[in-house]
Design a binder for this molecule. Structure first.
Ligand code: ADP
Ligand code: MG
Length: 309
């Protein structure tokens, strides 16, 4: 049983009237009043699973909040407040002051406030619950892709996975790729701007292929993507040319970029957004009615995205 089947079997209970959208998307949506909805998500980071042992306290803090903000970004939400459940093996004042300073600096950057949490002793793990707001019915969902939509991703894909691979191969990643791995930039600005332009959106946490398939499944559509159109950073480009290891791009994970679909009629709006603001998005494919994902390019292996079980 994988993690998705586990959630579906044991925890996907039917919702209440308050719950506009429950389990299954990047965030849940809760009705609060006639004009706004609360958007909420929780993610846990565990030492040795989500970050290597010996990652600095400030990088751990940054990533813990950033991956949660990324879920808000995927919904097109504005960040409001968060809670922090911290499990620590011991009290290390230096570690805590670095963790705290880095967390606060990212929180300030995205205007989100720490309102509570829980502190316990045990193996290092960090759980953050973020809450944001969206205008009523303006959230970007996984389930709204339409046949004919163009598929886009933000920035570049695969840098973080390349850094992780190099660490595992006992090599020293460049500052650029290790930074992409430790400090993924939450795409909140882009997510908010995409509301009204994109039909569907997800953040790429587990790998482009698996996360795009989440959009396809929940929207009951298919897609074709062209591998050669996926935007890659310079080092990753060289690596792919040498190895043809497209699994790093398709299933590597930890990108925290947005993957979204745009109807052709909104392309002018997207272009205006690109020209006016400093955002980089690249078309990688098209939504179709095939109910499957077709990958065009010189690679036909099956990749395994990260799953916890
Ligand atoms: P993401 O990768 O975007 O953080 P996940 O893959 O972790 O999302 O979760 C998918 C969906 O399942 C989300 O809606 C999440 O809230 C829900 N979910 C995950 N674990 C549980 C759980 N133990 N109980 C209830 N819902 C869960
Ligand atoms: Mg997500």
């Amino acid at each position: 049983m994988n993690e998705f089947a586990l959630i579906e079997t044991y925890f996907n209970w039917s919702g209440s009237n308050l719950v506009n959208l429950g389990i299954g998307d990047d965030c849940a949506i809760i009705d609060i009043d006639a004009n706004y909805q609360l958007v909420t998500s929780v993610d846990t980071l565990i030492e040795g699973v989500h970050f290597p042992i010996n990652t600095s306290a400030s990088d751990i803090a940054y990533k813990s909040l950033a991956v949660n903000l990324s879920d808000l970004a995927a919904m097109g939400a504005r960040a409001k407040y968060f809670t922090l459940a911290l499990t620590l093996p011991d009290i290390n004042k230096k570690w805590l002051s670095q963790f705290s300073a880095s967390l606060k600096s990212l929180a300030d950057e995205f205007d989100i406030v720490l309102v509570g949490g829980d502190t316990t002793k045990g193996a290092l793990s960090i759980t953050i619950n973020v809450t944001g707001v969206v205008e009523k019915n303006k959230a970007l969902l996984r389930s709204s892709a339409q046949v004919g939509d163009l598929i886009f991703v933000s920035n570049t894909i695969g840098d973080a996975a390349y850094a992780w691979k190099q660490l595992q191969d006992k090599k020293t990643p460049s500052e650029y790729v290790i930074n992409q791995f430790n400090r993924p930039k939450p795409q909140l600005f882009l997510g908010q701007k995409l509301s009204g332009i994109a039909n569907a959106c997800i953040d790429i946490s587990d790998g482009l292929e698996q996360d795009l398939i989440h959009i396809l499944t929940r929207s009951s559509v298919g897609a074709s993507i062209n591998l050669n159109d996926i935007p890659l950073g310079n080092e990753v480009k060289v690596y792919i040319k040498k190895t043809n290891d497209w699994c790093l791009i398709l299933a590597g994970g930890d990108d925290y970029e947005l993957c979204f679909t745009v109807p052709v009629k909104n392309m002018d709006l997207l272009k205006a957004l690109q020209n006016k603001n400093n955002v980089t998005v690249t078309q990688i494919g098209v939504i179709n009615n095939s109910m499957a994902l077709t990958k065009i390019g010189s690679f036909d292996k099956q990749c395994c995205s990260y799953q916890h079980f």
